[in-house]
Design a protein around this ligand. Structure first.
Ligand SMILES: [Cu+2]
Length: 256
């Protein structure tokens, strides 16, 4: 009887969650994506694990790695992280002061997130590029994350309507026909989806792992390429699969 009840509850939960989008995104969003000479040199970064379109938060434990890569050199920024609770969930923040010109690739490797509904762990390796002081070099450099989107489109200075193109890589190698989820950071909830499929856009990479998406509005756009890791993680004595996501955030502006 008890087993039956547990099964019935599981089925009910699955039915209820069928209407909920499961597109979680690792988020790393800076206060500015282009730091010009006259601008404030301080960048405020927000790190979250959310459903960007719907504004639903999830718990984000202290990340395993957080840093910035400038001109091929990495700097650990983990000590700068501060916890901030939003809607009852942990998010993280950091301030970074721009000192040198060149593209700043900020990246985060979160701690594995346990997703009970899917019986899987999730790790979204996320990054964002901030251009600084007029030296537009380094945006296409690979950080060397387990999985990573390597931009083919310069990921800043983009208009709404521009396409974004990138290569999906796992262990440094392109992933043919990788699935990429795309979401708009609908921060104030202004955009209402006419139907469920509008929340998360889905594109697939081609045979060379290259994907393309045209961003229809101004704001921040997240691209998450999802794959299954070649390793498993333990929980309470059992091993579970790990979903690894390569995420990149890019900003578009209205042309006027
Ligand atoms: Cu979620």
């Amino acid at each position: 009887m008890r087993i039956f009840l547990v099964q019935a509850a599981a089925v009910l939960l699955a039915l209820l969650s069928a209407s909920v989008s499961w597109a979680h995104f690792g988020v790393i969003i800076p206060s500015d994506d282009i730091v010009s000479k006259g601008d404030d040199k301080n960048i405020h970064l927000r790190l979250m694990f959310i459903h960007p379109f719907e504004g639903q938060y999830m718990e984000m434990a202290r990340p395993k790695a957080f840093g910035v890569m400038i001109n091929g050199r990495k700097q650990d920024l983990l000590p700068a992280l501060k916890k901030k609770t939003v809607k009852g969930f942990s998010t993280w923040e950091a301030d970074y002061r721009v000192k040198s010109p060149g593209d700043h690739v900020f990246y985060v490797e979160p701690a594995p997130y346990w997703e009970p509904a899917e019986e899987t762990f999730i790790i979204h390796y996320s990054k964002v590029v901030v251009d600084a002081l007029g030296m537009e070099t380094g945006w296409d450099a690979e950080v060397g994350l387990k999985t990573e989107i390597v931009p083919l489109t310069r990921p800043y200075g983009l208009w709404a309507g521009n396409v974004f193109q990138g290569i999906v890589k796992v262990d440094g190698r392109p992933v043919p026909y990788a699935e990429v989820e795309v979401e708009y950071f609908n921060e104030d909830g202004k955009i209402k989806p006419p139907a469920e499929p509008y929340v998360t856009q889905v594109v697939k990479a081609d045979a060379d792992g290259v994907f393309t998406y045209a961003m229809p509005a101004a704001g921040w756009w997240g691209f998450a390429a999802l794959n299954t890791a070649d390793f498993r993680l333990k929980r309470k004595g059992r091993e579970y699969p790990v979903e690894i996501g390569a995420v990149i955030w890019v900003r578009t502006r209205e042309m006027r």
